[in-house]
Write a protein that binds this ligand. Structure first.
Ligand code: ADP
Ligand code: MG
Length: 337
């Protein structure tokens, strides 16, 4: 049996069904993310695991023990929120020690554990600082230390990095992963940012409207989206309706939509011969350099296509020029729904 099992959880607020028989199975020591747009039910599910929200139906099992009806404080679950919620009038040291002192642990043991936690989050030199003297990223490290020092069975993160600058966010993504692996602590991480989910997770559960739309490794979700919602959410896919695809590529297909990754489309100023899915005489309407790739937006009769190529310094396609494009058929992902 998985370490954390969430089975058919249902939750409504009045008439609004927020969780619709949602189920997850998470192995010990894994970090999974709940990814999804705002309002899809991520925080509600997380708060249900923590016991901050009661559920209408279903069960939550940790390490074989049914915790569905337990008080939050008896669940052995730690949580890190977007807001740092540290005690402003306590030092970093005292913030981290707080939970252990509540448990009446002796002073020497507390001291040893706080120092270990400080080292783990790389804040040993900030023990006597107050929260207002720390950056956002440092405050979030304190919040993390404060949770892990209690050795919870499950660690929950609700968009903990969303308020931080990109660079600090990237840094902390790697740090959280390192600490999570080092402690082998089963974790559920909520984010609405698909790139963050890709970087962080062993497995992603993509939520849509209170249900799990698709779950899988970052690789699986990126390479094999099963629905148009997934293809659109996971990234930069071109998603074409059946009608658009048939009209422009002059080809009949028997599905609802077609997803095509921008990097599989070929773009050239040369003539192209008889590739099956091609489009001639497109106009380049945008050229963006995104680090190691260049993204072209091209348009033909109002039909817009994004194409990525490696930025190898020999690309000579410019804004406003005419280009031909083609897509290898085996690279098209045909979506039934
Ligand atoms: P997410 O974290 O994915 O953005 P939430 O779980 O916070 O989504 O919310 C899911 C839905 O439930 C939203 O439509 C939200 O407005 C609604 N909701 C969340 N909390 C409450 C509440 N306490 N009372 C009423 N509706 C709520
Ligand atoms: Mg939320």
């Amino acid at each position: 049996m998985s370490y954390l099992v969430i089975k058919d959880v249902e939750k409504s607020y009045g008439d609004l069904k927020v969780l619709k028989k949602t189920s997850l199975n998470i192995e010990k020591g894994k970090l999974i993310t709940l990814l999804g747009p705002s309002g899809s039910g991520k925080s509600t599910l997380l708060r249900s695991i923590a016991g901050l929200e009661s559920i209408d139906n279903g069960s939550i099992i940790v390490d074989g023990v049914d915790i569905t009806n337990k008080e939050p404080k008896n669940r052995d679950v730690g949580m890190v929120f977007q807001q740092y919620v540290l005690f402003p009038n306590m030092t970093v040291y005292d913030n981290i020690a707080f939970g252990l002192k509540l448990k009446n642990m002796d002073k020497n043991t507390v001291d040893k554990k706080v120092k270990e936690a400080l080292a783990l989050v790389e804040l040993s030199n900030k023990a006597t600082s107050y929260p207002h003297q720390l950056s956002g990223g440092q405050q979030q490290r304190v919040a993390l230390a404060r949770s892990i020092i209690l050795e919870p069975k499950i660690l929950l993160f609700d968009e903990p990095l969303s308020a931080l600058d990109r660079k600090i966010r990237k840094n902390l993504q790697v740090e959280i992963k390192r600490i999570q692996r080092e402690l082998d602590i089963t974790s559920v991480f909520v984010t609405h940012d698909q790139e963050e989910a890709m970087i962080m997770s062993d497995e992603i559960y993509l939520m849509n409207n209170g249900g799990i739309e698709q779950k899988g490794s970052p690789q699986e979700l990126y390479n094999h989206p099963k629905t148009s919602f997934v293809a659109k959410f996971i990234g930069t896919y071109n998603v074409f309706s059946k009608e658009d695809f048939e009209k422009h590529f002059k080809s009949n297909i028997n599905v609802k939509e077609v997803a095509i990754r921008p990097e599989v489309i070929q773009i050239t100023k040369d003539n192209i011969s008889n590739e099956e899915y091609n489009l001639k005489d497109c106009t380049v309407t945008d050229v963006s350099v995104i680090g190691n790739t260049i993204r072209y937006e091209v348009i033909k009769d109002g039909f817009i296509i994004n194409i990525d190529v490696i930025n190898d310094d020999i690309q000579d396609i410019k804004l406003g020029e005419k280009v031909n494009i083609f897509v290898p058929k085996e690279k098209c992902i045909f979506l039934e729904k």
